[in-house]
Design a protein around this ligand. Structure first.
Ligand SMILES: NC(=O)C1=CN([C@@H]2O[C@H](COP(=O)(O)OP(=O)(O)OC[C@H]3O[C@@H](n4cnc5c(N)ncnc54)[C@H](OP(=O)(O)O)[C@@H]3O)[C@@H](O)[C@H]2O)C=CC1
Ligand SMILES: CC(=O)N[C@@H](CCC(=O)OP(=O)(O)O)C(=O)O
Length: 345
């Protein structure tokens, strides 16, 4: 059995992680930590776990005392809060999977620019592996520290990776127009995510300034072999879960939709969690699962390719991907604990 601890278990990403870990056949949950619910049963915060989980939430200091009892630590805290914990866990040979953003950008100066924070342990950045299994499987298997990708970057990178790998589009022409459900903003109280503020309305936010932009650029540039900038605009839509990323790029040369579709199929042929489909993806068809649906279209008039991807932000965009990474790090079956069908409606 793999002994795991979850820091930030009472957040939306954390509780989704607990949901998968609880049903994972090779996992034992050793502890769950929280900030505001310490000393209370986890199932008080999330009553859907009543009779299924008996864990009492502990605080971070108590969790630190228990690090030596676990094999892997999942951290699901707001950004800027993972540095010390990751350092302590790694020093005790405990593997770390960070669902937040603290180890995603390889350049500490870029982190400072976009997060307005000094990086707390730049010395760990060279060993941190960006945990997108479809692109970095071999490195993830050998890693001790995983930077689990952000939700928008997961959807955007998976949609665009095949195009960049073969340099099929003009890099600077790439535009990602993405929409997220409100759980993407977390459970922590915030006026912008009150029902009355975000229902019956859609808005763009973080326009030309969202911190997922450099993350997407970093990974696409790695694939392409050159650095470039993209335009990324996220939108908040009144639904609980889901991300839809509509990605545009100008084609370098003509290609038929059929040829592009075949190429995408081949690119992802061994990927259980990516479905290249011949219709337009919808978030409801992946909701509750670790799947990413990808659909393609070529606009003959403009010479642009349009790739649309859909994920569940809390699963493929966070907790499911984190469990996939754990499975790879511990040489378990890749889909262990993750083989759940999407739920409709
Ligand atoms: N929501 C999503 O779709 C995704 C989230 N992520 C990332 O996962 C991480 C968690 O996000 P999410 O679950 O949405 O956020 P939430 O706001 O829902 O949860 C945050 C968690 O961190 C705890 N926490 C908050 N502040 C502190 C603090 N100062 N010290 C210790 N613990 C603290 C909270 O404890 P308590 O509940 O007790 O207050 C809670 O457990 C973030 O880095 C986020 O960016 C990544 C991909 C997708
Ligand atoms: C709807 C919404 O607010 N979404 C969040 C993204 C959640 C996420 O993946 O953020 P991290 O990079 O911090 O892990 C946002 O735009 O900030």
């Amino acid at each position: 059995m793999i002994n795991v601890g979850v820091i930030g278990s009472t957040g939306y990403a954390g509780q989704q992680l607990v949901w998968f870990l609880h049903r994972h056949p090779q996992v034992k949950i050793s502890f769950l930590s929280s900030h505001n619910h310490t000393g209370n049963p986890f199932s008080n915060t999330y009553p859907n776990y009543r009779n299924f989980m008996q864990n009492i939430c502990i605080d971070i200091h108590e969790a630190e005392q228990q690090l030596s009892t676990i094999d892997v630590l999942f951290i699901a805290l707001p950004h800027g809060k993972s540095f010390e914990l990751a350092k302590k866990a790694l020093a005790l040979n405990v593997k770390v999977i960070d669902l937040g953003a603290d180890f995603r950008l390889k350049d500490a100066a870029l982190y400072k620019d976009w997060y307005d924070l000094d990086h707390g342990c730049p010395q760990l950045l060279p060993e941190a592996v960006y945990g997108l299994p479809e692109l970095h499987r071999d490195k993830i298997k050998k890693a001790n520290l995983i930077a689990n990708p952000g939700c928008y970057p997961t959807a955007s990178i998976l949609a665009l990776a095949p195009l960049l790998k073969e340099q099929l589009v003009i890099e600077e022409s790439i535009v990602v127009d993405a929409k997220s459900g409100v759980s993407g903003a977390g459970r922590t109280a915030n006026i912008a995510t009150l029902y009355t503020e975000c229902s019956e309305s859609i808005k763009a936010y973080g326009v030309a300034s969202h911190r997922h932009t450099p993350e997407i650029e970093q990974e696409l540039s790695l694939l392409n072999g050159s650095s470039f900038c993209i335009s990324f605009t996220p939108h908040l839509v009144p639904m609980n879960r889901g991300i839809l990323a509509t990605c545009y790029g100008s084609l370098r040369k003509k290609i038929t939709k059929e040829a592009l579709h075949d190429y995408y199929q081949a690119f992802y042929q061994n990927e259980y969690f990516v479905r290249v489909i011949d219709t337009i993806p919808e978030t409801r068809n992946v909701k509750g699962s670790n799947l990413c649906d990808i659909g393609l279209c070529i606009d003959e008039r403009t010479g642009r390719v349009i790739v649309i991807s859909a994920i569940d932000n809390l699963i493929k965009g966070a907790a499911g991907q984190a469990v996939h990474n754990m499975n790879l790090m511990f040489e378990l079956e890749e889909i262990a604990g993750l083989d759940v069908l999407p739920m409709i409606p």
